[in-house]
Write a protein that binds this ligand. Sequence first.
Ligand code: SF4
Length: 327
Amino acid sequence: MMPPEESLAAPVLRTTGLHRRYLLPRRALFGPRDSVHAVNGVDIAIPERGSLGIVGESGCGKSTLARLAMGLEPPSEGRVEIRGQDLAQASGPALKLLRRAFQMVFQDPYGSLNPRHTVGRIVAEPIDALEKPADRRQRVEEVLRAVGMRPADLDKYPHEFSGGQRQRIAIARALVTRPALIVLDEPVSALDVSVQAQVLNLLRDLQEQYGLAYMLISHDLAVVDYVCRQVAVMYLGRIVEEGPASLLFERPAHPYTQALRQAVPSAAVANRRRRRARLPGGVPSQTRLPPGCAFADRCPIAEARCRVEVPRLREIGPGQRAACHLA
Ligand code: SF4
């Protein structure tokens, strides 16, 4: 996943062979328990100051992957490393240090900010939990300015702001620990289209200004193309294509990425409306994945081999990999 010039640096985040299964309740008293394989053998690496977009439809496992990367839930198998340190082995002060290096911005700027707390208290939450530094107020004011808010907003409450401003406050909260990586989970999908571009531009500026790495989760290929250098496309828990964002946007190789690309309207109308990917067939049950390629029922070019042999992720061009027999 790393561009060649950055491949020698230790990644700020690496996942190796990551799996996450959830056991479902029994349907009969002594019957077997089905499980959902939400993340199925995912390897990613994000270098310092790098940016990786994870794109796919809802239910593809991208938000679960984000929670595993943040240590918010344990993997069923596999490993998450932060700057070379195994997250599962860290505890006490070492874990605190790792947590400071990672922050998250959630999709819903209404639900993610405590309505009873002032903006100042909300933004300071991560440093209050970790260290309560002497320069607390200056740091809060600095990050508020960085996201385009005023220090005078410190004493206001979330309901006094628009959705876009609330997301700026959430971004300020993520910045205040001076993290190395911010995980952005659908950061603009709950915002008005007119505000989305402002927040995406802000994210690009902040990455430059603070030397941040991003993991950006989105259903929208255009959003990740705008912010990220690298993209991984997920379908039913697996990465089916990955490579430089510009390449995947211009020349997607996997039929699923092609469908996501077709859902992005032309530049002339891109700011007015976005479409969801339209594909024939339905998404297979996540409790009983079909043999072969999980995309076969929706794929316009599927052939007999696709229904029996799982396609492996393989190099199909410089820096581009796809899990498709025909790519
Ligand atoms: Fe389509 Fe076959 Fe490729 Fe799967 S492996 S995406 S079914 S062509």
